[in-house]
Write a new protein. Structure first.
Lengths: 320, 340
């Protein structure tokens, strides 16, 4: 089986600096060849040999799962790209500013042919430090893009004061405390910070502690979108946990954008890790718990109007 | 009924196969008169004349081919250069359409030199005289096929398929079924339209009543389908055997079980019915090629499994049913000449 091609998804609201970041990635002297799938074809020059025009056609899978939407055009384009194997090392998918990242991400879990050929590496979201505050008020897509991100590029930091910057970061963290956040100007970020992140690789879900526990942060709450995380200082019973998490994601799937967990299953020497996008869950046992490591179970959900108390109660009840 | 009389298995025909080194993923195979033609993803067309002489035409220079179809006279390819190109047995190349760099997603050949292609949401039909008609379906197109008779096209798209008469202004007739439809087939008698779907199943419509038919149970997507010479059977890929659906009578396969032949521990990736007998050629994802006779389930080996060669991606019989051309994703190919 040949190596799977990594796919990076670039999202961000209109004008945040996505295309600048894309061109930066493409022109850095990394010796890699990319296939780039873009939407606003021809509007802004993309400096790359292999640029494919996409239609962002989202459709529902006919499998009874109402939030299981995929990008049909992406399936078709990746099928075509795979015929040109060897011409590129990685794929970058740039979405439009108004796009919901979920169908893009789900495409990589739902379609077998896509899954056989590629792996989703990370969702990278570019946000505009000056205008994010307004977008969070008037654009639900902007919130989705932040909630979904594995890496957030907080761009145009030169256009705001340090105080405003802290405020914007707090707003981002209220929605998604788990993404890696980079402050940039003109999308200047090291390529290693956005590519080859393996964010969807179960082996790389090493920790789910928030990345934001720096000093001086005051806590912010977004009324609609939030993250909740819970911990059990010990083992959980897989016979209770699996039905619970499956039932929760089936019922609340449309509201749950991303979830992750590292669990200690009773009588299991290895860590169980899982992650999910809406109703789609992926989980497996990973490495052994180290002798000096405390066996504990942690989960995090990022989503819309999550019932914090119900999730907590449900999770705590799965303790072994 | 047939010039084809296989002996009992485990007979192998592999000594009757002339290997061809295609050198690139084989997209499609066809016979143009007596000339065997292979369309390759790197944009080349490989042509083998009846004396075995090999020549090459470059249909898509500096780019690649994505889809192909043939009408017995010309091999038509659509490329990622946005061009639709016809290549003749003699290697002459004619550009039939140019979508300015948009990927060509589907092509089909029809009666009297007609060709159709799609790019995104645009479908174009070009008749034998070169007149081009255009239609924009509700969503982008994955599959195209002409009716056996008349200038009519079936177009597979999201949430169904549409039947379009390019020469009339009438609204195309929508065959509705939720989901994403990929490839499309039209039965030779015009009574059935069948699509393969994203959800590892087929959907069919009986015409003109638009009666629904669901054909499911595949472990993978069906990406290759072929009608038997009498039009009464549809062979399909996507399972560890060729799944052959019966299309006798008004209800097609409804309430009937499909036949399975060529059961092996590998998925079928390409199928092609013999043009004169109830024999189906099956290509597998492990590179194996078998001939299966439906009347007695006997099998003949054309090519043994060979992982390095990759999945069989193209199969075609000549019009007399004497020769079978095949090719794989890794560039292996061969020409079987059946013993007389």
């Amino acid at each position: 089986m040949s190596e799977k091609i990594p796919v990076t998804v670039l999202t961000g609201y209109l004008g945040a600096g996505k295309t600048t970041l894309l061109n930066r990635i493409l022109t850095e002297p990394h010796g890699k060849k990319f296939a780039v799938i873009v939407n606003e074809f021809g509007e802004i020059g993309i400096d790359n040999d292999l640029v494919v025009d996409a239609d962002e056609e989202v459709f529902e899978m006919n499998n009874g799962c109402i939030c299981c939407t995929v990008r049909g055009d992406l399936i078709r384009i990746i099928e075509g790209l795979m015929k040109r194997k060897g011409k590129f090392d990685a794929i970058i998918v740039e979405t439009t500013g108004l796009a919901d990242p979920a169908p893009v991400a789900q495409t990589f879990f739902v379609d077998q042919d896509v899954q056989d050929a590629t792996r989703l590496d990370a969702v990278v979201t570019v946000v505009d430090a000056k205008w994010l505050k307004d977008r969070l008020k008037d654009a639900p897509e902007a919130k989705n893009q932040i909630a979904f991100a594995d890496v957030i590029i907080l761009n145009k930091t030169d256009l705001v004061s340090e105080g405003e910057l802290k405020e914007v970061e707090a707003q981002i963290r209220a929605i998604n405390p788990y993404a890696k956040l980079h402050r940039t100007q003109r999308s200047a970020v090291s390529i290693a910070d956005v590519m080859d992140r393996n964010a969807f690789d179960l082996d790389r879900i090493l920790d789910i502690e928030p990345d934001f526990l720096e000093e001086g942060h005051h806590h912010h709450h977004d009324e609609e979108m939030q993250s909740v995380s819970f911990r059990i200082p010990g083992d959980v019973d897989p016979e209770k946990f699996m039905p619970w998490v499956q039932d929760l994601t089936q019922r609340e799937g449309p509201n749950i954008l991303r979830c992750k967990g590292i669990l200690a299953f009773k009588n299991e020497p290895k860590r169980f890790v899982f992650q999910g996008v809406h109703m789609i869950l992926d989980g497996d046992v990973q490495r052994d718990w180290k002798p000096d490591e405390k066996r504990e179970s942690k989960i995090v959900f990022i989503g819309r109007n999550l019932d914090r108390d119900a999730i907590e109660k449900g999770f705590l009840a799965t303790a072994a | 009924m047939s010039t084809f009389t296989p002996t009992r298995p485990p007979e192998s025909l592999s000594k009757n196969v002339a290997p061809i080194d295609a050198g690139a993923h084989v997209l499609g195979a066809a016979f143009l008169g007596g000339t065997a033609a292979l369309a390759l993803v790197d944009g080349r067309i490989l042509l083998l004349d009846e004396d075995g002489a090999v020549s090459e035409a470059v249909a898509h220079p500096d780019s690649g081919a994505l889809v192909c179809a043939a009408d017995g006279r010309r091999l038509v390819t659509g490329g990622d250069d946005g061009r639709v190109v016809a290549t003749s047995a003699g290697g002459e190349i004619e550009t039939l359409g140019d979508e300015k760099g948009k990927w060509i997603d589907a092509v089909a050949c029809g009666p009297d030199g007609a060709v159709a292609w799609s790019a995104g949401k645009s479908v174009k039909a070009r008749d034998g005289k070169g007149r081009v008609k255009q239609w924009t379906p509700p969503s982008s197109v994955r599959g195209l096929v002409f009716a056996a008779k008349g200038y009519r096209l079936a177009v597979a798209h999201n949430n169904g398929a549409s039947l379009w008469f390019p020469n009339t202004d009438a609204k195309p007739d929508l065959l509705e079924w939720k989901g994403s439809h990929l490839d499309v087939m039209w039965s030779p008698n015009g009574r059935f339209v069948v699509t393969s779907m994203q959800e590892n199943q087929l959907h069919g419509w009986g015409l003109p009543e638009k009666q629904h038919m669901r054909m499911s149970g595949y472990p993978a997507k069906t990406r290759s389908m072929s009608w038997s010479h009498d039009g009464l059977w549809l062979a399909t890929s996507g399972a560890d055997a060729v799944i052959v659906w019966p299309f006798q009578g008004e209800k097609g396969p409804m309430g009937k079980a499909p036949r399975e032949c060529g059961v092996r521990p590998a998925k079928v990736s390409a199928v092609a019915f013999h043009p004169k007998a109830l024999v189906v050629a099956a290509g597998y994802e492990d590179g194996c090629v078998l001939l299966c006779r439906m009347t007695d389930a006997s099998e003949l080996l054309v090519r043994p499994a060979d992982q390095a060669g990759g999945a069989i991606s193209a199969l075609a019989w000549d019009s007399g049913g004497r020769r079978l051309l095949f090719g794989s994703r890794e560039g292996a190919a061969g020409l079987l000449t059946l013993p007389v």
